[in-house]
Design a protein. Structure first.
Lengths: 770, 487
């Protein structure tokens, strides 16, 4: 018998909140180092593309505190940290493929000594031509992976016969993760040819395998542990492996513990970012703005290696519909190989770029027809699932729970969209300098790894004989509240207060073969696995107490720290002690694999997602037409998390995701010199949202409902979907631009002051206000 | 001077430090030597705030005789703590009982990954200790302007700033801290040697002048908000440092009828308070200038003497006709601020000469209209693409005089002479401003870099002049700034 939900759905604080605020939460850099520990730093090659003809490391070796300088030749195993293709060297071996690529590793007595020495190398190069942008790579047909084409219906005929037709192109910038805690790994050799690493990583298992390959070892010789990260956002999924491998290599060579912590500038130079895109389209539509045919080219700058660019660009294709039915569509996805850092996972994993494309198209259609963009969005929504009309995605998955229309209507009503639209028009008519803009954009995001095999998870739960619970699972904590939610799930199964349940750090030697904590899947997968383990133990305890009370095991109630079976009412701790003495197994492992999903990577057809998460945001902005500066005045959000496991944590994900998405599309600009050197490599030059960018009016609500699928306690994943709520800010800015120009808007992202001033035609001549 | 170790108050006792290079940062010392890892490194350049600590100084005008301010530990050199008190996130909770700002952060769900959290807590604590009432929303935005969070989107942290004030108040017992600092004040001025590094902190202007005249190769150090990065980012060796922060005379602001005299050691926080008090048009720039911890550490004299082409104080000061008092040995002289700058990172300062004070004209010589604005990608804590200072003196509808200066447009902050000429003697009218905007095109040839293109800088510089006209020329365009619709 199930206990009433007391812990599930409670707004409990983050399980480490008290540690965070008191400085007692240990991050990897805070761990005490064993005696004799050393510090490593990468030495970088200052060239976008070329062959190293000479690398003089004498000054590096002679620098104070330096014990060892390692190059590609010192790698006993495979010189690769690429997760899919083996095209990503740990240390450049003769060929430099982007400006700042690590070419050697310094091991020294201090962090400072290693960094200082790393700057003393002298290189000679044979310079090779460098492709720096997606467009340059398109022209050269330079790909990390072959182009992918997805067609549904006959887009060519649909375009030809459409009453209206528009073509356009837009550039969409990338995004630096800017996790506050930079990449870091500590490698410690143990006896019998084993090594243990503490890594700030979302993917301990991959670190384990990469380190094993680099050392020429097997997986069971390497263990990787992570208690918490100071933010990940996708940047520590595959990209922490270069740091892990280098630290392990240094430890193996010196036989001493080695810490490798990247300085912020190094981190931003040598780790990949969200893919920037060049997008081209040709769209046909009717007089109401309903899309009839679409040809879409989505070209991403992948950088010099494949990394996760394949699945990322696949997800861009899968999200080029957002909430809209695309009847006849032809999508060409180009994975451009450039001489820049290898771009990687970032919250949304390609999805946001696909949605940006379709939202731009919808906005253009609306402005072409002189209609409110929200009306054009509405008319293009997927049909409801009951009717069989307009509910099949272009990749063959049926949209079974289309709550987008209802959710959007509720938000439009709650935020007074229609009245504010009129008020803004009135304001703009009388305000030549400051223009306001408004946009309401929806989100539909597919939940599951598109690579089906990753949709599995494991957990281990131990009940000690004093009734306390310790558990661990394959997911990692990066601030998203995974540990908090898993703790709630397990506490609920035993009817215990959360204080009686602790989590031990995620460790590949405790739970093996884990998937990355990514794709928003952490709670869905690991929560179910932990629940299964807890239920197995609970079933044994229930059977034990049921037997002596002559009731069915299913009648036993675990609640409030007590267990009730018939007339017996006993403390959980007492029952645990009795069960131990009765030689009942009080620990167990749990496993989960997501049902229903399947997907053919060759045809790009199937059901890649277990379900969709939905949301919508309405943003109002002000634009200064003299400088292009802008601010968000108000944001209203309604977001679908199914039945929330923890509303406070879910709202935190929603608000944080919105602001991060807003930053991507506004102030966060990556800027390279013509020689391929990234110049925005620190917070002084790369501007994530600061505190005053938080909208002064910020209303965030959870949509009432539950997951139609059997996800953990009917909740929905929440990590990534809210990022795309930030699209509303970009389209509100586009709306403000339209108010300034009175015509069509060509606004690239990010919408920096300069981009906005350019979009309103204000860059060339003095503004003639008044 | 006699050499002695660094001494400061930390964790309830006086710490005595020697054997550390003079350029070792407070953060490195905390994390690597004191095993106090609560304070985090996020960027090592004073931009993210994860390393925020609170420094206490003797100040008889402050409650308990102790002035507290949040600063970035990552770019403060250890010897600058001499005679001061250092507080970190570990100082706040009493055992398991959290301080109200910590409890409020927990209650409001203000931490997610938690890495930035200690920095936010310290910024909140500095405010809690220095402002008796709960901060307004605008005050909260200002006090947290130097703390970046990548997870929460800030809303719960903004809430925590006020929620902390709803709990029973727990104040720092300042008496023992002040007593310890009084004892340290009795020590001789700091003259610190470690290896080949030398750090001297004179206590009087005369000592400073003498020391610097004798060691003209030394680097003068004030708030270290720029020089700190020379070490953490450029790995430069700074073997010889002379610190201005202990010279009380340089930390005074004198306001008289005809001028405001701001000592070179006055922090940006204090300097902007004085400037805004005299000329409210400084308000917006003062809020957007760097961040709270940078303004608390950095000095106006340092911003001026550093002479960066994107220093944000200079355009406004030049427009107002400010001058700088320079001193070498016993000799002082005074020159127009714009004349301090000869070229990119080249100033008129002679070896051994230093900026002693800035003089800003007030009263009868103040302009009829004055504005100073910066333009950047992000509203807070960003480096300007363009910064403008514009002043006009109008009499009977004619422009008697105009001083227009920009940052970000040339190798130094500089006056737009052609633009000024186009204004002078003309009726104060839209047509005059339009011709001045055209003239401005010939004044500068700005660069393109990661902050903005040349074309953007030129256009925006012109448009700011237009906004100046809209706001001061009697045209009835409202609003002219986003700030007006944000309220």
């Amino acid at each position: 018998m199930k206990a009433p939900h007391t812990v599930i759905g409670a707004s409990l604080p983050h399980e480490s909140a008290r540690l965070h605020v008191s400085g007692r939460a240990h991050y990897t850099d805070d761990l005490p180092l064993p005696a004799g520990a050393l510090h490593a730093a990468f030495g970088s090659a200052p060239l976008a593309h070329g062959r190293i003809t000479a690398m003089d490391l004498a000054a590096v070796r002679a620098a104070p505190g330096v014990l060892k300088v390692l190059t590609a030749a010192d790698i006993p195993g495979e010189n690769n940290c690429g997760p899919v293709l083996h095209d990503d060297p740990i240390l450049a071996d003769g060929l430099v493929q982007y400006w700042g690529q690590p070419a050697f590793l310094v091991v020294a007595t201090s962090h400072d000594a290693a960094r200082r020495a790393a700057r003393l190398a002298k290189f000679e190069f044979e310079t090779l031509p460098a492709l720096l942008t997606a467009e340059a790579a398109m022209a050269a047909e330079s790909w990390v992976l072959p182009p992918v084409q997805v067609n549904r219906g006959d887009a060519v005929s649909a375009l030809a016969s459409a009453r209206h037709r528009l073509q356009g192109a837009v550039d969409l910038g990338g995004q630096e993760h800017f996790y506050l805690e930079g990449q870091i790994a500590i490698a410690t050799l143990r006896d019998d040819d084993t090594i243990h690493l503490n890594v700030s990583t979302q993917h301990p298992t991959e670190m384990q395998h990469m380190v094993a390959h680099a050392l020429g070892w097997r997986a069971h010789q390497v263990s990787v542990e992570c208690r918490r990260m100071g933010g990940g956002f996708g940047g520590k999924e595959s990209q922490s492996s270069q740091i892990s491998c280098a630290a392990a290599l240094a430890a193996w060579h010196t036989k001493r513990p080695v810490k490798l912590r990247l300085d912020r500038d190094d981190d931003m130079t040598i780790t990949g970012k969200r893919h920037d895109f060049h997008i081209e389209w040709d769209v046909g539509f009717d007089a109401e703005g309903q899309i009839l045919g679409l040809a879409l080219t989505l070209a991403s700058r992948c950088g010099f290696s494949a990394d996760l660019s394949g699945p990322i660009n696949d997800r861009t294709i899968f999200h080029a519909d957002n909430c809209y039915y695309l009847d006849a569509v032809a999508i060409r996805s180009l994975r451009c190989k450039t001489n820049t850092v290898s771009n990687t996972a970032f919250r949304g994993f390609g999805g946001p770029q696909g949605m940006f494309a379709i939202e731009t198209i919808i906005d253009d259609i609306a402005r072409h027809l002189g209609r409110d963009p929200l009306d054009v969005r509405r008319i293009n929504f997927y049909g409801d699932s009951a009717g069989e009309q307009r509910n099949l995605t272009h990749y063959g998955m049926k949209v079974e729970d289309n709550i987008a229309p209802a959710l959007v209507e509720q938000l439009a009503r709650d935020c007074d969209y229609a009245a504010r639209r009129l008020a803004i028009a009135r304001f703009n008519a009388g305000s030549p300098v400051i223009k306001r803009g408004l946009a309401l954009t929806p989100v539909k995001f597919g939940i599951s790894f598109t690579a089906t095999m990753y949709n599995q998870a494991g957990a281990q739960v131990a009940v000690y004989s004093d009734g306390t619970v310790l558990l661990t699972h394959g997911g990692t904590e990066m601030g998203q509240g995974l540990y908090t939610k898993i703790r709630q799930i397990v506490a609920h199964e035993f009817g215990l207060p959360v204080e009686d349940v602790r989590l031990s750090p995620t460790d590949t030697s405790r739970v093996p073969n884990t998937s990355a904590t990514a794709a928003s899947s952490g709670t869905d997968l690991n929560g179910k696995a932990a629940q299964a383990a807890a239920q197995a133990i609970r079933a044994r305890l229930a059977a034990f107490i049921a037997a002596r009370n002559a009731v069915a095991a299913t009648e036993v109630v675990f609640a409030g720290g007590r267990v009730v079976a018939g007339t017996e009412d006993i403390a959980f701790a007492a029952l645990a002690a009795q069960a131990y003495r009765a030689r009942i197994q009080l620990w167990d492992a749990g496993f989960y694999s997501t049902p229903k999903i399947h997907y053919d990577p060759q045809t790009m057809m199937g059901r890649p997602f277990y379900y969709f998460a939905y949301g919508a945001a309405c943003a109002e902005v002000a634009l200064d037409t003299l400088t292009g500066e802008s601010r968000v005045l108000r944001a209203d959000i309604l977001h679908d998390v199914g039945r929330s496991l923890n509303p406070a944590i879910d709202i935190g994900q929603i608000e944080g995701g919105f602001i991060q998405g807003m930053g991507w599309l506004t102030s966060e600009e990556l800027w390279w010199k013509p020689d391929g050197r990234l110049m925005t490599h620190a917070p002084s030059t790369y501007k994530i949202p600061a505190v005053s960018d938080c909208p002064p009016v910020f209303n965030v609500k959870l949509f009432e409902g539950e997951n139609v699928e059997d996800a953990i306690h009917k909740s929905k994943a929440v990590g990534e979907p809210p990022l795309m709520l930030g699209l509303s800010v970009f389209f509100a800015l586009r709306d403000a631009c339209a108010a300034a120009t009175g015509g069509p808007v060509a606004l690239s992202a990010p919408a920096t002051p300069e981009a906005l001033l350019r979009a309103i035609g204000g860059l060339e001549t003095p503004a003639e206000a008044a | 001077m006699t050499a002695r170790p660094i001494q400061f108050y930390f964790r309830g006792a006086v710490q005595t430090i020697s054997g550390q290079p003079a350029t070792r940062s407070v953060l490195q010392w905390l994390r690597e030597d004191a095993c106090a890892t609560g304070t985090k490194e996020g960027c090592a350049e004073g931009d993210c705030g994860a390393c925020t600590v609170v420094v206490g100084e003797r100040d008889d005008t402050a409650p308990g005789g102790l002035r507290l301010a949040a600063v970035n530990a990552c770019i403060q050199f250890l010897p600058t703590l001499d005679g001061k008190a250092l507080f970190t996130v570990e100082d706040l909770a009493k055992g398991n009982e959290l301080h109200p700002v910590q409890q409020a952060m927990v209650d409001c769900h203000g931490s997610q990954c938690g890495f930035c959290t200690p920095g936010f807590v310290m910024s909140l604590w500095a405010d809690y200790e220095t402002r008796p009432a709960a901060p307004t929303r605008d005050q909260t935005l200002s006090l947290l302007s130097g703390n970046l969070c990548r997870c929460t989107g800030y809303r719960p942290i903004i809430d925590a700033a006020t929620a902390a004030r709803a709990q029973p108040r727990i104040e720092l017992d300042r008496a023992p801290v002040r007593a310890a600092l009084d004892q340290l004040a009795a020590l001789p001025a700091l003259d610190y040697h470690c290896g080949d590094t030398h750090f001297t902190a004179p206590r009087t202007v005369a000592e400073l002048a003498q020391t610097y005249a004798a060691r003209p190769q030394a680097r003068l150090l004030a708030g270290s908000t720029d020089i700190g990065l020379w070490v953490t980012k450029q790995m430069r060796a700074l073997p010889d440092l002379v610190y201005l922060g202990a010279v009380a005379e340089l930390r005074t602001v004198t306001r008289e009828a005809q001028h405001l005299l701001i000592g070179a050691g006055v922090t940006l926080t204090e300097a902007f308070a004085a400037l805004t008090d005299a000329q409210p048009a400084w308000q917006e720039l003062a809020e957007r200038f760097a961040s709270m911890p940078i303004r608390n550490a950095g000095t106006l004299g340092g911003n001026i003497a550093n002479g960066s082409p994107i220093g944000d104080s200079m355009p406004g000061l030049i427009a107002l006709g400010a001058s700088v008092v320079l001193q070498h040995g016993d000799t002082t002289c005074e020159i127009a601020l714009e004349d301090l700058y000869l070229g990119y990172q080249k100033s008129a300062l002679q070896p051994g000469e230093f900026v002693r004070a800035v003089r800003v004209p007030l009263g009868a010589s103040a302009p009829t209209h004055f504005r100073t604005w910066k333009v950047s990608k992000r509203a807070d804590q960003d480096i300007s693409a363009v910064c403008a200072g514009i002043a006009v003196w109008v009499e009977d509808g004619l422009v008697q005089s105009a001083r227009v200066a920009y940052g970000g447009m040339a190798a130094t902050p500089s006056r737009a002479r052609r633009c000024e000429a186009a204004l002078k003697g003309q009726p104060w009218s839209a047509d005059t401003v339009r011709s001045a905007m055209l003239a401005l095109c010939a004044d500068y040839m700005p660069l393109t870099d990661m902050r903005a293109s040349s074309g953007y800088r030129s256009t925006t510089a012109r448009n700011l002049l237009w906004r100046f006209w809209l706001e001061t020329g009697g045209a009835s365009v409202v609003p002219t700034r986003i700030a007006e619709v944000l309220a």
